[in-house]
Design a protein around this ligand. Sequence first.
Ligand code: NOJ
Length: 943
Amino acid sequence: MRSSYEKLLATIALLSAVTDVSAQTNSTTVGSGPSAAGPTWEQTDYDSSPPVYPSPNATGQGWQAAFQQASNFVSQLTLEEKAQLVTGAPGPCVGNIGPIYRLGFDGLCLQDGPLAIREATYASVFPAGLTVAASFDRDLARTRGVDMAQEFKGKGAHVALGPVAGPLGRSGYGGRGWEGFSPDPFLTGELFAETIEGMQSAGIQACAKHYIGNEQETQRNPSVTKAGETIEAVSSNVDDRTMHELYLWPFQNAVKSGVASVMCSYNRINGSYGCQNSKTLNGLLKDELGFQGYVMSDWEATHSGYPAADAGLDMDMPGGIGFVTQLPTYFGPNITAAVNNGTLAEDRLDDMCRRIMSPYFLLQQNSASYPRVDASSSGLNFFPEANYAFNYTLGPANVDVRDDHAQAIRELGAAGTVLLKNLNNTLPLKTPSNIGIFGNDAGEPTDGLYFDGDGDLGNVGFEFGVLPSGGGSGTGRFTYVVSPLEAIKNKVNSYNPKALVQYVLNNTLVNQASGYSILAPVPPEVCIVFLKTWATEGYDRPSLLVDWNGTALVETVAKSCPNTVVVTHSGGLNVMPFADNPNVTAILAAHYPGEQVGNSLVDLLWGDVNPSGKLPYTIAYNESDYSFAPIENSTALLTTTDPNAWQSNFEERLLIDYRHFDYFDEPVQYEFGYGLSYTTFSMSNLAVTATGSGYTALPAKQAIAPGGNPALWDVLYTATVTVSNTGSVAGAAVPQLYLGLPQPVNEDYTPVKVLRGFEKITLQPGASQTVTFSLTRRDISYWDRYTQQWTIGTSAIGVMAGYSSREIWLNTTVTPLSGSSGSGSGYGSGSASMAPPGYSNKTSSAGMSMPASMSSGMSTVVSGSMIPASATVPASYMSGSSSMMASMSATTTVPAAYSATTAASPSGHGPGAPGCSDVPGPWQHAGNNNWGHGGPPTQSGWA
Ligand code: NOJ
């Protein structure tokens, strides 16, 4: 007989399965693992996630005054009010915390999402995170954050559920990669932080999501077999070094930026659910990174009550296990009961409340003038008004919050579009008087302006109309979309009202060849083919090709039209079999640009804006080239009866995207960081200067602050280069700085190069500018799982400056530690040579040939001490329960499991507590394992 808990889980899973699994049968398993031998993957190393208890108390570091206000507020709450404050409830927003009017608290309104206030009328829809990443533009990222936040605030929201850095983008097939930024953690980290700081500067709490390892949609939640057996969510199995250097990296930036909240993810991480994984929540986020805000669960990602709270979860969303109802809930009255019977320490509950209230006071959301929730939100959200548990005080309905944001949206849409090919200066267009437009992505969306992606659409997407955004909770409710066809017609009309803009928007028709013959006269002076790729929450992409036979569409048009320009609107990378077709004269990857999609594009096509977007990912030649980091899926998995069958092993470790292609020296079509301009740029004078001396391998031990050990953020070097516009028009360049970090002994593959600096600067023709990159201690270190420290390697570090990951103009080395041999490759290891692969056969982003010789700049070598010669892994420090799932009743009474817990672990803390999902295992042994086990996590700074 199944326990009541299992039945509840089954209910949740059923809900999840509707969106997560049922349509997965169309998907195929992609790839089979790393393409070259590496450290052996010992599955048992990844079965478990070490317990880290107790949950560190926030101290308010960085926002002391607000913390004091929060503490005062919490001290006035009854136990029931505290439980209410940590538990979502039905209401007018995507997530709601009920009001406590006697203390002047109107509650919290949480709204999706990362590119717009989703469920709102009269709001703007901004470019997706992917577009921001392709812009490589810190200022535009921040402006977008400010503008979005103004709209959230104008609608009475307190928390914006974004930005996204999980998924990071391990697999291009991931359905939600476009919500985030780039598979490069540095690029993501910088733009994540800009967005957060921009949002919070405008008075809105940001929510960094989805923490962590949320790299696939397939089986992101538990499902239930026909026989009623619960199959657990996919487990993202990640080693400790990869966790730090890739997936945690941007979240560290977010914490450093003072992000208010973090959303824990649906998936398991090394066997333990994201919202009750004490290692990732208590250990990494709150202890190591010093996070002072609160962790909220993704919607229905909570799987228990007090065990989740003890593992570091601070707020349960949406609250009700049944989603739209207030009860039953894992939190709410169960939290009250757990405190009353001594299972959950009230101290932990107080910490949860203080964490939730500190950002509220910090951003002065208690102000009497703070806008109330727009009354129109009610009708748009999940919860029937009949289910509301509180009497919410709403503001006026249908407030128009768009302001003049359309202009910035248009600008960013263009800035995040990448010009991949431009033969014979096809672009910018002059004044063509006969233009052919092809493809189902060119016109008006015929199915309306809300791309929610639910229901039958699955991973198929909308057939007719331009795709300005992806689907799911990360979409927006558009008030209008400027289609490419509309914008092109307007543009052409402005210079020649009698010019022809001919079009066929039905891909099937064009592919039958009868479509093109509708046009006359032919060929048009230029044919523009619009392609798209749907990506949405709940599904992974079935292919890396464009949708709707778009590849064939290009070939068909190009056969007849020798001047074919291709434009893609895609939620991630596309392989482009047509890229080398000589009749395809130009290609623009326009990503998801938001409501001004057509105008952003026309600005580029006619040269009113000079393209400056760069690829935030790599376009390889074939889909199979990406098999090193597969989405976990198979027919066998879809029919499994093994609850623990879904295991996604991140065996490629650090080698995702360009790190893989560079390490294995594989040719690619268009590399990370690449993008053309209508002008040309040169680069000279690379100089690297140490800001200090006597550097040590390890950072000085300092009290943890938000962002981790403050010493990690010390700038140890600055690098400068001179960038010159050598062409005839103004344009923006994106100089990029890569490091080749040394390969530590007995460690996993170290990438050949990693991005550690970028800037976007606009230059007039003939103008030059010096660009400075700051290199922090973290930037030049690797994560040592033995010592649990960011550590500077013992040999030379290669410093490479250029215009893409494979267009390096200048290089040099620095050797931070004295006594180092300096004999390291300086470019990592593996097949790399001193000259990074692909260097010699690439043309510059400006279409120029590479200079015959690279001038190398000054190298400043400073002295310091060596890393200890050997480090051993300390013995295990804990043991405990092997129970994987929490045992918790859905009812509001205290289940028997509580009293059992009391006996085992009176405080409810520690690994002995039944229901703790962390499973101590063989992680402490010294093989190629994970999670670095240098001893018990310290509570330094957190007492
Ligand atoms: C689930 C999504 O994963 C998350 O990103 C979103 O914020 C919530 N649903 C609420 O819509």
